[in-house]
Design a protein around this ligand. Structure first.
Ligand SMILES: [Cu+2]
Length: 524
């Protein structure tokens, strides 16, 4: 198996996003997905979440907001026709859970109810902070990724609840149309809870989106892609280290890549334009997606909504938690089968019908007004390192942000309604998708620097010119790849709410082992 790290050592930073698409060679005890017939299961599309009544708004009790009850439960779900059902944790009947559909400025309330069993079925590492053996095994708290959410509803990792209890969240949705997602964020076991299945999609719509006349309804398809390690009996396996008392591993790559919970599904499509809302929901795997033999498609959005204009591409690299919005036109492919691929791996099949209804949707040349934030607006620049701790034989002992463990006092306290620049100084050998809660940001640039000189003297000596963000990154983001050997600069308006939030690496194994820190937005 080629790990991301080893591949990076061989290939340099430009390969960062694509380096971990090698699947581990099947051993006798693991499932060989190549022996299963591909494209025998239709692609499932999660049901739309339904509200049940209303609740008063926490901001104004005279205002009634839709109320959703979302119960986390252990379920059995078939990932492939020829495998027994897989034990998972889902929301209501499914994993991924039901999809939220709401509109900008339409607040809602979700009661996240923990109806899970009291024993975890994946290996907890009690040596990790926040996962001590004295704590209940099964705990959950849900975060809405990409949401501009009040701190008390944001799913702070320590605000978990146990089976039989619930946590309610208020999502005001005062933000632009975008594809967000909800997922578990529990301290020390987040990687296991999401791996078990606790994630789902959340769409915010707005009038600007309505006016674009993009493909919609059955012509707009969410594709939540994630890898899992499956055993021959179809059950989930989560890899462990050789140390029984400390089973944490620094990264997990499965032998099976699922789309909306199915292995190698197919989707019947008409020969017309479709809009795909693609998301990487993996713990640690990066993808470089393409369609067919590098057929061109149009990228129209990123994590926090539309790009200024469509960008034509043949591939798109996605780190965990990144989302892209893309339009592909099957019109010239009537009667063909087209694969969604990630480098050499076939992920799903689109079966294009010979004919379909007339396509009245459009791909507008302009999507959104978008202004780059001038650097001069930043009131403060923070230099923050990404660090890895190694044991004497160069095994990873975990990652850190700014060399500071989670439990240390809060050091990042941006003032509400000010803008800051954060310089992410990556001193590790990995590419880390860094996510900040509450905010959206823009990428300024990435620039190579001398990491040895920085570690010796603490000084930055750039070794090459700054690299501007790729066209697909030239919009509002909430997750940014910080590649090794580079300083990645982002510019962040801190808007919406004061209070305690977190920022972290979205490689879930890193996040669970100290690559997460609180930040606090304070009044001016
Ligand atoms: Cu990381």
């Amino acid at each position: 198996m080629i790990t991301r790290r080893r591949f990076l050592g061989q290939s340099g930073i430009l390969a960062a996003g694509i380096s971990i698409n090698k699947l581990p060679s099947p051993q006798q005890t693991t499932l060989d997905p190549d022996k299963l017939s591909p494209y025998v299961d239709p692609l499932p599309v999660p049901l739309i979440a339904q509200s049940s009544g209303t609740r008063p708004s926490p901001e104004d009790a005279s205002l009634k907001l839709p109320y959703y009850r979302m119960a986390m439960r252990q379920i059995e779900s078939k990932v492939h026709r020829d495998l027994p059902a897989t034990r998972m944790w889902g929301f209501g009947p499914s994993s991924p859970g039901p999809t939220f559909e709401t509109r900008s400025n339409q607040g809602l309330i979700v009661e996240w109810v923990n109806e899970l069993p009291t024993r975890h079925f994946l290996p907890i590492d009690h040596s990790l902070h926040g996962a001590e053996a004295s704590l209940p095994q099964v705990r959950s708290v849900i975060h809405l990724h990409g949401g501009k959410t009040p701190a008390s509803s944001d799913g702070y990792p320590e605000h978990w609840c146990v089976p039989g209890k619930s946590v309610s969240s208020h999502y005001p949705n005062r933000q632009d149309a975008a594809m967000l997602f909800y997922h578990d964020h529990t301290m020390g076991i987040n990687r296991l809870n999401i791996y078990a299945g606790l994630q789902g999609m959340y769409f915010i719509r707005d009038e600007a989106e309505d006016a674009l006349n993009l493909p919609r309804g059955k012509y707009e398809i969410p594709l939540l892609v994630y890898d899992r390690f499956l055993l021959p009996d179809g059950q989930l396996e989560y890899p462990v280290s050789a140390k029984a008392e400390a089973p944490w591993v620094p990264e997990v790559f499965g032998n099976a890549i699922l789309v909306n919970g199915k292995l190698s599904p197919y989707l019947e499509v008409e020969p017309r334009k479709y809009r795909f809302r693609l998301m990487n929901g993996s713990n640690g795997r990066f993808y470089r997606f393409s369609l067919g033999k590098l057929l061109p498609f149009h990228l129209i959005g990123t994590e926090q909504g539309f790009l200024p204009a469509p960008v034509q591409a043949q591939r798109v690299v996605m780190a965990p938690a990144e989302r892209v919005d893309l339009v592909f036109d099957f019109a010239a492919h009537a009667g063909e089968n087209i694969l969604l691929r990630s480098d050499a791996f076939d992920i799903m099949q689109f079966r294009v019908a010979a004919k379909g209804a007339a396509d009245t949707s459009s791909l507008p040349p302009a999507l959104r007004t978008y202004a780059k934030i001038p650097e001069s607006r930043a009131v403060r620049t923070r230099r923050l390192t990404l660090d890895e701790r190694m044991d004497p034989v160069q095994r990873s002992m975990g990652m850190l942000l700014n060399n500071t463990p989670w439990h240390m006092p809060v050091t990042e306290k941006p003032v509400l309604n000010t803008t800051e620049i954060w310089e992410l100084v990556n001193l590790t050998d990995d590419s880390h998708p860094i996510h900040l809660h509450l905010v959206r940001f823009q990428i300024l640039d990435r620039r190579p620097f001398d990491t040895f000189e920085f570690q010796d003297k603490g000084t930055v000596r750039f070794t090459a010119p700054a690299i501007p963000p790729a066209p697909i990154e030239s919009g509002w983001k909430d997750t940014v790849r910080a590649d090794p050997g580079l300083i990645t600069r982002i510019i962040i308006p801190f808007e919406g709410f004061t209070g305690r939030y977190v920022w972290h690496c979205h490689i879930l194994e890193h996040e669970d082992n100290e690559m997460m820190r609180p930040f606090e937005v304070v009044e001016g």
